[in-house]
Structures are given as structure tokens and as C-alpha cells.
Design a protein around this ligand. Structure first.
Ligand SMILES: [Ca+2]
Ligand SMILES: [Ca+2]
Ligand SMILES: [Ca+2]
Ligand SMILES: [Ca+2]
Length: 254
């Protein structure tokens, strides 16, 4: 029984698989099974796509332009992938109930394009016809949060050419419109959200692959973001994740 312990699922671009590692609760991981998915998997997210209380996986394929959902059995096994079309050069994924119908949906960026797709979940691991939203430059990554706290899950999307952050607000029916655009350092490659200052409003961190470093943008309490602060300039950061990693010190320092 693995459920109380945090496990890992990673994509293998070379193999075209998802590989599982079982957490031991000690910081080490034991080898788990691997599951074939469409070639060149580039992004993976977890979520309960068929609402059975068991965690599932969704994986994008840049080559086949698809999303594969692997339904979990809750004890470490996954069914063969359910594959759905997801635009061109299918890239970054974010899961959430964007249409607020109780079924988990996916938002997808297409690498180097100016479109975000919304794949409306049907509650079985499959998706209805994609809805396309176009904005700004060439999208690289995205994250979802309710930035304006109006009850709808919004998107923050990073772009190259021009290097920028675009906030797409959700109209409550899964329709997105650009609410704001912010300049970023060169080659913003990944974005994540969390409440860094504890004010209850979702903030953002973006990694820029040039010498700008990682940019933290704080939500000003309206869903808009102030001027970003850059950390570890020159580090050419590529990927970022969040968690309280020094909890025994009391107040965390970033
Ligand atoms: Ca499930
Ligand atoms: Ca939904
Ligand atoms: Ca919202
Ligand atoms: Ca905040």
C-alpha cells in the first residue's frame, strides 16, 4: 500500500514512457513500473480525471500532438492510456475544473504558438472538442490559480518573442481573455504559483533561462501583479517547484 507515501511519476522522452518510483517515506524511492505513452512525452500532471477518488496521470506528446490519460487503480496500477488530440506541438499542461462542471479539464500550451487549448473533461478520462484561446507571443509554459479570487480558475502563461507573462482570466464558463501582460527576462521557460507572502492571493515565480534568474511577482490583492524581483541572476534557472523545505527553521526563507 503506497498511498500514504509520496511517490514520483516522471516522463522518459527517450523511451516514450511514464516511469513510477515508490516513495519509501525516508527520502529514497524504489523502482516501480513504467507505462508506454505517446512518443516524446513533454509534460505530466496528476489529477482525478474520472472522479473515482483515485489519482490519474495526464501526459502530453509533442510528436503525436496528443494528451494521454492513464487512469489509476489507487494501488499503483494504471490502465492503458486514453489518448486525445491536443493541438500542435503539444506542450505544457495544467489540470483544473476550468468549466466548473465538476469534471477535471486540461489547459495546454502549444510550443512556439500563440494559442492555449482548453480540453473540457467529460469525467471519464476523455475530453470534448478543444477550445482555443490566442494571445501574445510564443507560449512556453503555464500554471493555473484563481488569481482574482472570484471563484474561477485563471491561467498565467509565459511567452517568448516577446518575453512576457500573460494573465488569462476565466469567465466562469471556461472562456479566457487577456487581462494583463507583464515584461519578463529573456527566455521565460517555466512558471509556478503559490502564496509567497501569506496574504491569501496567489503569486507567481518564473524561471528565465538568460541571466535574469528567477522572477517572483507578487499579487497586489486584486489579481494584478507588481514589479518582479529577480533571484539568483546569472544562474540560468530552467525549472522550479515549491514546498516548505526548511520547516524546522520556523519561518521559511526562500
Ligand atoms: Ca481517477
Ligand atoms: Ca470541467
Ligand atoms: Ca478567477
Ligand atoms: Ca500572495
Amino acid at each position: 500500500m503506497h498511498s500514504p507515501l509520496l511517490d514520483l511519476a516522471a516522463t522518459s522522452r527517450g523511451e516514450g514512457t511514464v516511469r513510477l518510483l515508490w516513495g519509501q517515506g525516508t527520502g529514497s524511492f524504489g523502482a516501480g513500473p513504467s507505462y508506454p505513452v505517446d512518443p516524446d512525452p513533454s509534460s505530466i500532471v496528476t489529477g482525478d480525471f474520472n472522479a473515482d477518488g483515485k489519482l490519474d496521470l495526464a501526459v502530453s506528446s509533442r510528436v503525436n500532438h496528443t494528451v494521454s490519460v492513464l487512469l489509476g487503480d489507487g494501488v499503483g496500477g494504471f490502465a492503458p492510456p486514453i489518448t486525445s488530440p491536443a493541438g500542435n506541438d503539444t506542450g505544457w499542461l495544467a489540470a483544473g475544473d476550468f468549466k466548473r462542471d465538476g469534471n477535471l479539464d486540461l489547459a495546454v500550451t502549444n510550443w512556439g504558438s500563440t494559442s492555449v487549448l482548453l480540453l473540457p473533461g467529460d469525467g471519464t478520462g476523455r475530453f470534448g472538442a478543444p477550445l482555443t484561446f490566442t494571445a501574445g507571443g510564443k507560449f512556453t509554459s503555464l500554471t493555473a490559480a484563481d488569481f482574482d479570487r472570484n471563484g474561477t480558475l485563471d491561467l498565467a502563461v509565459t511567452c517568448e518573442d516577446p518575453n512576457s507573462l500573460i494573465i488569462l482570466k476565466n469567465d466562469g464558463n471556461g472562456g479566457f481573455g487577456v487581462s494583463a501582460e507583464y515584461a519578463l527576462g529573456a527566455v521565460p521557460i517555466e512558471i509556478s504559483s503559490g502564496d509567497f507572502d501569506g496574504d491569501g492571493w496567489a503569486d507567481l515565480v518564473v524561471t528565465n533561462q538568460d541571466d535574469t534568474g528567477a522572477t517572483v511577482l507578487l499579487n497586489n490583492g486584486t489579481g494584478a501583479f507588481g514589479r518582479g524581483t529577480n533571484y539568483f541572476p546569472g544562474g540560468n534557472p530552467s525549472s522550479v517547484t515549491l514546498g516548505d523545505m526548511n520547516i524546522k527553521m520556523g519561518r521559511s526563507t526562500w
